[in-house]
Design a protein around this ligand. Structure first.
Ligand code: SF4
Length: 218
């Protein structure tokens, strides 16, 4: 049986699918390094990552090892106001590891997250005070559409949006509201936008999921 110490050590690591360097303005300000993490609580119908998510193909690394890897681009980050963007999968399931990364990364390197926000509130609280940008793909605020598209309930998403609003961190957030073919209508999207604005979010991006065969970029 796995010892507790070994299990704890394993839990302290990131499961990294891929690291992409030198990204420009696609996921956060300046030049960023995207760290795509393994695992996601949702089951989106058009998920491009599904194949990857289902085959346990990842590399385990500690926050210390990650910092060593990304520091190769320190000059780019510093010159452009960039940094690390954690994506996935769902990066907030690694909230403790992200917090550890923040504690050992130079303070002038940004940390952003791309999340569905469908995680336990504690995971959000672990990172919300120090992250620089939170890019949130909300799918839809219509409960039925959300459930049909993701196989999950959106209660945690809504609770977490409210927590961000209560903490007045809306300025840190980019809310992404997709048009999901065969799931959302213009009316649904307008309704999601209205509800998001009621919570004080102003940075909103609407876009189309582009389906390629059975796959999509959702
Ligand atoms: S599209 Fe994103 S949120 Fe949905 S299952 Fe895939 S990785 Fe998770």
């Amino acid at each position: 049986m796995e010892s507790l110490e070994r299990k704890t050590k394993r839990m302290e690591k990131f499961k990294v699918q891929v690291i992409n360097r030198h990204r420009m303005k696609t996921d956060g300000n300046g030049i960023t390094t995207l760290v795509a993490l393994y695992g996601c609580p949702l089951n989106c119908k058009y998920c491009l990552n599904k194949k990857v998510l289902s085959i346990d193909k990842y590399k385990e690394i500690t926050p210390e090892e990650l910092v060593q890897l990304v520091m190769i681009d320190y000059c780019y980050f510093k010159a452009t106001g960039g940094g690390i963007t954690f994506g996935g999968g769902e990066p907030l399931i690694y909230s403790k590891q992200i917090a550890k990364t923040r504690s050992i990364l130079p303070s002038d390197i940004k940390i952003n997250v791309e999340t569905s926000l469908n995680v336990d509130t504690q995971n959000l609280l672990d990172i919300v005070d120090f992250v620089d940008e939170i890019i949130i793909d909300i799918k839809s605020l219509n409960t039925d559409i959300y459930r049909r598209y993701t196989d999950r309930d959106n209660t945690k998403l809504v609770d977490n949006l409210n927590i961000i609003a209560e903490k007045e961190y809306q300025h840190k957030c980019l809310i992404r509201i997709p048009n999901i073919p065969e799931y959302t209508t213009k009316e649904d999207i307008d309704n999601s936008i209205r509800l998001i604005k009621q919570l004080g979010f102003t940075n909103i991006d609407t876009f189309d999921y582009v389906i390629r065969g059975a796959e999509n970029n959702g």
